[in-house]
Write a protein of this length. Sequence first.
Length: 278
Amino acid sequence: MVELLGPAEIRALAAELDVRPTKKLGQNFVHDPNTVRRIVELAGITPDDVVLEVGPGLGSLTLGLLATGARVVAVEIDPKLAGRLPRTVAERGPEAAGNLTVVGADALRVTRDELGEPTALVANLPYNVAVPVVLHLLAEVPSLKTGLVMVQTEVADRMAAAPGSRIYGVPSVKLAWYGPARKVAAVPRSVFWPVPNVDSALVAFERAGSTASEDRDVLFGLVDAAFSQRRKTLRAALAGWAGSAERAGELLTAAGIDPRTRGEQLDVHDFARIAAAR
């Protein structure tokens, strides 16, 4: 049996390590066991999974993931936290200790060779780098099939936004290129220590089929250009990307899209047709 961490254990570990949560690293530790159990349940983790966790911190979610019988690869940038995590697991779930691998690295730069072939991403992500981390890991680790991440509510809304909404933009399209994403639950501020000054939510996503990196690079460049000047028509916004406004209009017409359309009106399939036309 794996014992989860509560508020008293979290504070004791932080005091032992002289860890003072910082906004720079986005450190807000989950201290509510019921929230951890809910995250693990919503992620649908089974003993057959290899879970990639980013920013395990003091180990709250790590212990919950290991309790399923799954293997966990935890990426932690803070050397003190990375060094203490295996001992925390050995103390609170000795039978699960062999299923944990800790990688001391920056999640924005970690490589596939360091991670192996995890099947699921489950993480409480630092708010300031949540989207770049998710996109980096999906690009770097093709074995990842599903994900459930806790992020700032505003970020969750953007990640799962549909075309036509004011918050639909680059993160929405790029994540949709890998597969569907949806906001699945709100997370109250009270389950964190220290209590953040923003609300949080869980976003679930899955990879839909295989995708070629060269196609991704072309499409992502197109998406960046389309949203760099949101108020302009695509004919104007894509002038630099296509070489000229005239050429952009030709590509849009060839893809079956009105050149007067704006980027926020297109879904990922529309963008893919434009990229293919180029």
